[in-house]
Design a protein around this ligand. Structure first.
Ligand SMILES: Cc1cc2nc3c(=O)[nH]c(=O)nc-3n(C[C@H](O)[C@H](O)[C@H](O)COP(=O)(O)OP(=O)(O)OC[C@H]3O[C@@H](n4cnc5c(N)ncnc54)[C@H](O)[C@@H]3O)c2cc1C
Length: 484
């Protein structure tokens, strides 16, 4: 089939009887329920977007010959990387970067996974079947253009003992097997996009200790697989709200769900890792983290650019040219420029793996995983500081349309330099929806944690990934000079 349309995506969601719970209700049709429909429609618009911007977002898959989303591409040249980059930018603009888990996020990971079957197979080929399965699954993903969710983090029960993993009865683990496949029980967090996904995927994040074989699993299953239960967080979708009044929450709540595997059968053909801790711990070698960081940094740049545009217009609408505000806008501009620079440099320093697959330079992007979780909350703070009470003096559409109120609003609540009351209300409403609504709060939490916390990322950067040779050489040089 290749790239789907929005209608095909929504029809696919309606066809499956997934177990999605919001509050006390099991949702029969996620495309129609007021708490979920806004997100479904926005994702449908993103599927349509890939056709509207086909020159950027689609490529001809060499195997199927079909127009396919660029995020499924396994890049074979620098030009492929640039082409994919342009498509990802277009896709992120669909939600101004507010939806972090548009399907391209997972597609990028699985393209990298499938590009390296030898890593999945293990050096001695002991997991050949798993390697074949992951490649076949990625082909299916690209051809059917399905949307994935994923859970890679063990649920927190007791932080003093969780890291030991073995014996953790809340964590997902293998509890049996039949001739059809493995039986899986336990939970994982936090499946963003779950109500809108076609399949659930499980794969490694944090390394496991050698004895944790039952926990070393990777697989993919359709969302309507029996025993798969999703407990969604409270909706941030502002059900029933006028889209003028809640322009972002009414559209961009992508949902997050606690995922329970209640003795779920995973068919053999969908099992990628079954108990092999060494392979489980080696998947970074596939390059998937580079794909993930590339997509998420492109998405973050769009969000930063949007925030900069929003904050700048807010300041103009209230005639705020104070040094304090100008400095904060300059700070926002720095985040935009630094993020753009990192992406550009990652492309310029792109490299080719021995098997011919191309990657952006992951080392250039690594620090973004530590800094964006800090910058994004600061951006929200800047918008709050510039906005102040103006974030709340925002007539609703109903008030703006009221014949008695409108002349009063026009007289007393217009913007600076003759800006109309509607625009002022619209911009400040959007700003409050961005930082102060339930969606804004969830966005804060998301940016802080979706690629693990900034603290963990900084520690990993220092301990594992950063090449410290030049820093050490400079120190040694100066130490030797000091002895002279
Ligand atoms: C909105 C949202 C959506 C998400 N979506 C998904 C998803 O789709 N799929 C998925 O698998 N996961 C998802 N996650 C989960 C996410 O992967 C985890 O929240 C993330 O890995 C952080 O783990 P944690 O919550 O256990 O926090 P931790 O990393 O344990 O951090 C908790 C606190 O401890 C601090 N901390 C932790 N370690 C250290 C340390 N070594 N030194 C100092 N301080 C430390 C942190 O700074 C933080 O304040 C999502 C999370 C959120 C909030």
């Amino acid at each position: 089939m290749g790239a789907r349309t929005g209608r095909q995506f929504l029809d696919g969601l309606r066809r499956t009887q997934r177990e999605i719970w919001v509050d006390g209700e099991r949702i029969a049709d996620v495309t129609a329920h007021p708490k979920l429909a806004g997100g479904a429609n926005s994702l449908a618009a993103i599927f349509d977007r890939q056709h509207a911007y086909a020159a950027d977002c689609l490529y001809t898959d060499p195997q199927s010959g079909e127009p396919t989303n660029v995020s499924h591409m396994i890049p074979r040249s620098r030009e492929d990387l640039r082409r994919r980059h342009a498509g990802l930018v277009r896709l992120s603009e669909g939600s101004m970067g507010i939806m972090g888990r548009t399907p391209d996020y997972m597609n990028m990971k699985f393209a990298a996974f499938a590009s390296a079957p030898a890593v999945w197979a293990g050096a001695d080929g002991r997991n050949e079947r798993g390697a074949r399965n992951i490649v076949a699954f990625q082909r299916h993903l690209a051809k059917a253009d399905t949307a994935l969710t994923h859970t890679i983090i063990q649920a927190t029960i007791d932080k003093r003992t969780d890291a030991r993993v073995v014996g953790n009865r809340a964590a997902i683990r293998k509890v049996g097997q039949t001739d059809k496949g493995i039986i899986v029980r336990g939970a994982r967090v936090l499946a963003t996009l779950a109500p809108y996904a076609d399949e659930q995927t499980v794969y490694p994040s944090q390394p496991l200790p050698p004895e944790a074989t039952d926990y070393a699993l990777s697989f993919a299953i359709p969302l309507d697989t029996p025993g798969l239960v999703f407990l969604c967080r409270d909706s941030a979708a502002a059900p029933g709200a006028d889209p003028f009044d809640k322009p972002l929450s009414s559209r961009f709540d992508e949902q997050d769900a606690f995922c329970i595997f209640d003795d779920v059968l995973v068919p053999w053909e969908r099992v990628f890792i079954d108990g092999d801790v060494a392979i489980y711990n080696s998947l970074r070698e596939t390059g998937y983290a580079i794909g993930m960081t590339t997509q998420s940094t492109i998405r973050a740049l769009t969000k930063l650019e949007f925030a900069y545009g929003l904050a700048s217009r807010m300041a103009e609408l209230i005639g705020d040219r104070s040094p304090a505000t100008t400095e904060m806008l300059g700070e926002l501009a720095c985040y935009v420029r630094l993020t753009a620079n990192a992406l550009e440099l990652s492309l310029e320093k792109a490299w080719q793996r021995a098997d011919g697959v191309w990657f952006p330079d992951g080392a250039v992007l690594d620090p973004m995983r530590s800094m964006l979780p800090v910058w994004m909350p600061r951006v929200a703070e800047i918008i709050t500081l510039i906005g102040s009470h103006n974030l709340l003096t925002t007539p609703s559409r109903a008030q703006l349309h009221d014949p008695k109120l409108r002349p009063l609003i026009d007289e007393m609540l217009h913007g600076a330099d003759g800006a109309a009351a509607d625009e002022r209300a619209q911009v400040f409403r959007m700003a409050w929806d961005f930082v102060g609504s339930s969606l804004g709060g969830r966005g804060f939490l998301y940016e802080r944690f979706y690629l693990t916390s900034a603290s963990r990322n900084k520690q990993m950067l220092h301990e594992r990934f950063f090449d410290r040779r030049r820093a050490r050489a400079l120190l040694d040089d100066m130490l030797s000079r000091a002895q002279r």
